[in-house]
Ligand binder design. Structure first.
Ligand SMILES: C[S@@+](CC[C@H](N)C(=O)[O-])C[C@H]1O[C@@H](n2cnc3c(N)ncnc32)[C@H](O)[C@@H]1O
Length: 214
């Protein structure tokens, strides 16, 4: 979009001609999609399949009603979270709670974390993550289980969560996260985090990094 606006300013006449031609093509080609660069290029750059939305996630978990749909986080937010967690990657375990098809794990692998773990309660999404991680040659562990049942490793970790569930499940999961961890959370549940004793130390839109106490 920014690129298109830049062209419009630099070459107004030819850009207007292109816009008019595209408007005429709407009956055959449909409305233009202003999707983000992230959506369009991540999958082709990494030769994986993470895009799209799974509205009804198949799972045998009793927490299904508390879980959110699958939709991958933007590359920008994932990288921002990792780059602002202030935890040295070499001694930090990256854990994606509700890892979906593994996009955040693939990106995390570029930063040299000591281990990369994904927790996903949908078998079909977890299998898609495993395929994507194999294609990307990422050494990691995908556990097919409910986040509530997961026991976090002691020591430094970056717990990444892109709006996986409602506060009923969120509160139970937070009880198991050790105070040595940092949480990168993106979604509407910021109040749950502060209620449970986590403090934001960096913010970007709906995303923030949390540490215990303060
Ligand atoms: C919005 S998607 C985020 C996917 C991934 N983290 C990413 O950024 O690409 C939320 C994911 O959380 C999973 N999820 C929801 N509730 C869960 C639970 N209780 N235990 C494990 N996974 C869960 C969903 O199946 C879905 O894949």
């Amino acid at each position: 979009m920014a690129e298109m606006l830049g062209q419009l300013i630099l070459h107004p006449l030819s850009s207007m001609r292109l816009v008019l031609r595209r408007i005429k093509e709407i009956p055959q080609k449909g409305l233009p999609r202003f999707s983000s660069r992230d959506e369009e290029t991540f999958d082709s750059r990494y030769d994986v399949e993470t895009s799209g939305m799974v509205r009804i996630v198949s799972t045998a978990s009793p927490n299904a009603a508390h879980g959110n749909r699958y939709e991958a986080c933007s590359e920008e937010i994932i990288r921002w979270s990792i780059e602002h967690c202030a935890s040295p990657a070499a001694s930090t375990v990256f854990i994606d709670i509700g890892c979906g098809k593994g996009k955040a794990m693939i990106i995390a692998a570029e930063y040299g974390f000591s281990r990369i773990i994904g927790i996903e309660y949908s078998e079909s999404l977890a299998k898609a993550a495993i395929r994507n991680l194999e294609t990307s040659r990422v050494e990691s562990q995908v556990l097919i289980e409910d986040a509530v049942a997961y026991r976090f490793p002691p020591g430094q970790s970056l717990v990444f969560m892109y709006n996986p569930f409602d506060q009923h499940v969120f509160r139970q999961v937070l009880r198991h996260i050790p105070s040595s961890a940092r949480i990168a959370y993106c979604g509407p549940g910021q109040v749950t985090l502060t209620d449970c004793g986590w403090t934001p130390v960096a913010k970007k839109g709906a995303a923030a990094i949390y540490v215990r106490g303060f």
